[in-house]
Ligand binder design. Structure first.
Ligand SMILES: [Zn+2]
Length: 182
């Protein structure tokens, strides 16, 4: 029987970028946007606050866009300070590249294993899905989901008792499956 685990975001990730005021390296979005329209051209930014000094920085979302070419639904979400939009934009590689930022998801996700009933079985097949593109180490994920230490998980991989079509050693942010035989 295949079990499904889901990696679920619990809050917005930290935005890694140097603060020009205090040289801290991380910001947090509070879901607020700033929109500026000028002669039919529009700019929009996602506001992020320095975690050390609280200084505000702006991440470019729209730059000198003709107002008419901006989708009304997007405009509406910008004006409403839609928190879901902040999450979507931070996950957009184009937005990240344009603003030269990286994300730190360390304390911003949880694992839903749908209960621990399956963990007693001799063979466990698990399909892991991601509700957001959150880079996590499969070793950490499996340790948490199975109630094992990371060292135990590493040992199971080395002994061939924990197998997957993907490399379990690095980081992943997309769906994968694994089988654990004890
Ligand atoms: Zn600062």
């Amino acid at each position: 029987m295949l079990n499904t685990w889901v990696v679920i975001p619990t809050c917005l990730p930290l935005v890694l970028r140097r603060c020009h005021t205090c040289a801290s390296e991380s910001f947090r979005a509070n879901g607020k946007f700033r929109v500026n329209a000028n002669h039919k051209l529009m700019d929009a930014w996602l506001l992020v606050l320095c975690t050390a000094c609280g200084d505000t920085a702006k991440l470019t979302v729209l730059e000198r866009m003709n107002v008419r070419s901006v989708r009304p639904a997007l405009l509406d979400r910008l004006h409403r300070n839609d928190p879901g939009l902040a999450a979507e934009l931070l996950q957009d590689p184009v937005v990240r590249r344009r603003n030269r930022i990286a994300l730190d998801w360390d304390d911003a996700w949880r694992l839903d294993t749908g209960g621990s009933d399956h963990l007693d079985r001799e063979v466990i097949d698990v399909s892991v899905r991601f509700a957001a593109r959150i880079p996590v180490r499969p070793v950490r994920l499996i340790a948490e989901g199975c109630g094992l230490s990371r060292a135990e998980v590493e040992r199971l991989i080395a002994e061939g008792k924990l197998v997957s079509a993907v490399r379990l050693g690095g980081k992943l942010s997309g769906a994968f499956t694994f089988t654990l035989k004890r």
